[in-house]
Design a protein around this ligand. Structure first.
Ligand code: DGJ
Length: 735
């Protein structure tokens, strides 16, 4: 870490000096547009006195506490910067709860010092040191502010110097306090094939929690993403919106507690469910990061902030290329052999995609993986199906001009497997209770370093044997049930560490993989969209949103995912899940990272010609979709049409996607022009419809030229109708 700007050092010195004289210390954490201000009270307790727009006079931040009304007895703790449990002046949900080495369960945290550091990656980190006045127990609060992105990452590091272990019963990453008075929360619950279902909850007095306790495949139940409209409804372009996520591959809890003052207290972190953590002296416990942005120009800006932050600072190869692909899962399921696979390569080549992805079913011999009830864990190629092994397939695909990728699910095991027979103690289960299966399988115990080696080995062996293997799909279908680890038991580590150490174990493996194979693209998949957290996306290039690939469903799902994730991360495949027109399926897949999962030999010549052209078009504009800015123009939740545009940085090129979402006769007349966004008012643009069947006519021929000003104020009519149910339009600035 580099030292701070000189002004910060001066400011810091002044602030510290005031603290020495018993005055308040004010710590503004700012980005270009948003600020959170911390301030000590006369007891050196740290408070949040403001969260909102940045102020131009730095000196006025310290006055923001003066307008707060938290005067009744007890309420002074409501705005604590990190609420504690166990002292009697705390009326609110704690961010931290501990039992000290001597059995005492009280905690008080007082401000000690703070420092502000510019980091080499271009952010500013504010670290605030808190300490218990009675116990040698320390919490450092971290705020990493990304100035231009208006994104803050918040986390903390907990340690102590007591004689013995301190048990952390709760250890949140972040504690926020908002004074906005009106809050509309959007959260997302789900189920298989119904991931990311939005629900809006106006927050009234009391607690609303978003949480998952599944251990793995966490988002099956709920997503760790949230959106808060502050001060009334927000639109894509107006209103104050906070959006964010707890970046953690494991159990999470996001608590929204509205108090009697109509202020909102947010506590976000690892879910304390069954997770009391025994912390040894002088060992630091670092919490995951809580990531959020605040936009004063509506939801669209908030999304673009998160997209930019993710691509620039978190996502693996965020600015790189991605591989379009043909997957065989829905095309064959488990029913394939070498010849059948080889015959599919031709389809990939003909379509013009980059890669063939071999899915589940290629491994295990004693208990062949011919269904989902056997073989998981036995990662040797199935000799009956694939006598010449994976290297043959890789070479054969390459010979035909496509790369080759492969599916794995290395964290899991079928009870019917050699792995289970050899290493029953590698499996998470309660010995004395019946096993509980999810998709006929159990979870391997990643707290165990030997299991970590094994999981690393699955990837390493494949890449060692096949150095040109170009892609991996990493699946994870079962949650953790009957949570018990024989490794932790052997090592005398409390079972309540299981969830945390599992998540850390998985990260260890992924770190090792990335040290050895920094860039091999990997898709994060979890029985559909069971995993997509920002933490795992440090190791993955993309994720699978859902097994539900009905394009109409995907329009809604991708809409909701798009608040938090840029298109480059969103794997979007054309399948036969629904019988909607091929064009509709292809056009929907084109607004993400495109792939196919169909039997290409069953396409008519006309369909194949169309699909090939659409893939070619996609290759031409994919850079705009992956690296450009996204603007949601018409919501399928509010209209009978969904419309989005991706625009390049120079605002010279864009691609607009429009889809009919309601086939009722009544719907059509209500379709209106769509106002574009993200263009340059002063530029002139040509709009041309693409992705058309051979010989099809279009009214959008590129002959008319419109100004950016016209397109963004009057709008453009893509002429969506039941006979034109999806319309893709290329937008090009005219020189
Ligand atoms: C679940 C995934 O979501 C599917 O895409 C597929 O890979 C299957 N698992 C394979 O078992």
């Amino acid at each position: 870490m580099r030292p701070v700007y000189s002004f910060t050092i001066v400011l810091l010195a002044t602030l510290l000096a005031s603290s020495a004289f018993g005055q308040k210390v004010t710590i503004p954490i700012t980005t270009a547009n948003m600020a959170t201000v911390l301030q000590t009270d006369h007891n050196q307790r740290l408070k949040i006195i403001y969260t909102g727009k940045t102020l131009s006079r730095l000196s006025e931040y310290e006055q923001s506490g003066e307008v707060i009304n938290l005067r009744s007895e007890g309420a002074s703790s409501n705005n604590n910067a990190y609420a504690v449990a166990g002292i009697d002046n705390n009326f609110v949900e704690p961010a931290i709860a501990v039992v000290h080495a001597d059995g005492n369960n009280s905690l008080d945290l007082r401000y000690e010092a703070h420092e502000v550091i510019d980091t080499p990656d271009g952010a500013t980190v504010t670290k605030v040191a808190l300490k218990d006045p009675v116990y040698p127990f320390f919490v450092d609060l971290y705020y990493k502010a990304w100035r231009e992105k208006d994104v803050v990452e918040q986390w903390c590091v907990i340690r102590h110097d007591e004689e013995g272990e301190v048990v952390l019963h709760k250890y949140a990453s972040a504690n926020l306090y908002l004074y906005n008075k009106e809050y509309l929360l959007t959260s997302y619950n789900g189920a298989w094939a119904r991931e990311m279902q939005p629900a809006e909850t106006p927050l009234r007095q009391g607690m609303h929690t978003i949480e998952s306790r599944l251990g793995t495949r966490e988002h099956l139940l709920a997503s760790p993403n949230f959106m808060l409209a502050l001060d009334g409804q927000a639109t894509e372009t107006t209103g104050t919106v906070m959006m964010g996520q707890l970046a953690w591959n494991g159990n999470f809890a996001l608590q929204f507690e509205t108090d009697v003052y109509k202020n909102l207290h947010i506590v976000a972190g690892i879910n304390p469910y069954q997770s009391a953590y025994h912390l040894k002296p002088n060992v630091s416990f670092e919490t995951p990061r809580f990531v959020y942005t605040l936009s004063f120009e509506g939801k669209g800006k908030a999304s673009r902030n998160l997209h930019a932050w993710l691509r620039d600072h978190t996502l693996l190869d965020g600015h790189g290329e991605r591989l379009t692909l043909l997957n065989n899962w829905e095309a064959t399921y488990f029913d394939f052999n070498q010849d059948r696979l080889v015959s599919l390569f031709e389809g990939a080549k003909e379509l013009g995609v980059d890669l063939f992805l071999l899915d589940d079913g290629w491994f295990a011999n004693k208990y062949p993986r011919n269904r989902d009830n056997a073989g998981l864990g036995d990662w040797e190629v199935n000799r009956a199906k694939l006598p010449d092994g994976v290297p043959f397939l890789v070479h054969e695909a390459e010979k035909q001009g496509v790369k080759f990728g492969i599916w794995i699910e290395p964290e899991m095991v079928n009870p019917k497997s050699e792995l289970y027979e050899k290493h029953p103690d590698w499996v998470i289960k309660q010995e004395q209770r019946p096993e509980i299966y999810f998709r006929n399988q159990l979870v391997l115990d990643l707290t165990n370093p030997e299991v970590q080696d094994f999981v690393f080995g699955v990837v390493d062996d494949l890449l060692t044997e096949n150095p040109t293997l170009a892609f991996m799909k990493w699946d994870c279908n079962a949650p953790i049930f009957n949570g018990h680890s024989s490794y932790l038991e052997r090592e005398n580590i409390p079972q309540s560490h299981l969830y945390v150490e599992y998540s850390r174990g998985l990260q260890n493996v992924l770190k090792r993989i990335r040290e050895k194979y920094p860039m091999v693209p990997m898709m994060l998949c979890s029985g559909g969209g069971g995993r997509s957290d920002y933490n795992l996306l440090r190791y993955f290039t993309e994720f699978w949103l859902s097994d539900n690939t009905d394009p109409l469903e995907r329009i809604f799902m991708q809409w909701d995912y798009s608040y938090y994730y840029p298109a480059i991360t969103m794997c979007s495949h054309v399948t036969n899940w629904s019988n909607r027109p091929l064009k509709y399926r292809v056009d929907v897949a084109s607004m993400g990272k495109m792939g196919f999962d169909i039997r290409t030999n069953e396409l008519s010549e006309r369909d194949m010609t169309f699909a090939k052209q659409a893939v070619q078009n996609y290759h031409d504009y994919k850079g705009i979709v992956w690296h450009g800015e996204m603007y949601r123009l018409a919501s399928p939740y509010e209209h009978d049409i969904a419309s989005l545009i991706y625009v390049n940085e120079a605002k010279t090129e864009g691609v607009m996607f429009n889809y009919l979402t309601n086939w009722r006769y009544l719907a059509e007349p209500s379709l209106r022009p769509v106002k574009l966004q993200g263009l340059d008012s002063d530029k002139l643009y040509r709009l041309t419809e693409i992705n058309l069947y051979e010989g099809a006519n279009t009214p959008i021929t590129g002959q008319k030229i419109y100004s950016g000003e016209f397109l963004m104020n009057v709008g453009f009519n893509p002429l969506v109708s039941s006979s034109r149910s999806s319309v893709v339009v290329k937008v090009e600035a005219v020189k």
